[in-house]
Design a protein around this ligand. Structure first.
Ligand code: 5GP
Ligand code: ZN
Length: 116
């Protein structure tokens, strides 16, 4: 995915504040943090959203969640965190490369959803 924003971040073509990397996933601080801790965890290989995953993606989906606790603890959210994955139009996903938001900080992050 030549022009995908997050693929370009993985390749280092667009700078980011890296928080973690292994052979399958990459994590970096959100450019517009919504909480004191706001990290995005993404698969290195392009996956558009949870709507496009297949059987081969199961391991990387697990890895994205498996690194969340360590990332939260290392970055200032020692007592828990929230994981959010927006999908598609209804989920109001803005970037078309699957990503898990890890949000937290010293205080509780607030209600799960704002009533619309
Ligand atoms: P979405 O709404 O798709 O679930 O979340 C996209 C997130 O990506 C937003 O929280 C936004 O701030 C973040 N984001 C968009 N562009 C960039 C960028 O160039 N660098 C970083 N670090 N985060 C970005
Ligand atoms: Zn991509």
């Amino acid at each position: 995915m030549d022009n995908c924003l997050f693929c370009r971040i993985v390749r280092g073509e667009i700078p980011s504040r890296k928080a973690y990397e292994d052979d399958e996933v990459f994590a970096f601080h959100d450019i517009n943090p919504q909480r004191p801790v706001h990290i995005l965890v993404i698969p290195k290989r392009h996956i558009t959203s949870l709507a496009t995953v297949s059987e081969v993606d199961t391991p990387v989906l697990g890895r994205m969640l498996a690194v969340a606790d360590q990332l939260a603890k290392e970055n200032g959210s020692p007592d828990g965190f929230r994981v959010i994955i927006n999908s598609g139009r209804i989920g109001q996903q803005e970037v078309g490369h699957l990503h898990a938001h890890i949000v937290g900080g010293p205080d509780p992050v607030g209600p799960m959803l704002k009533r619309v």
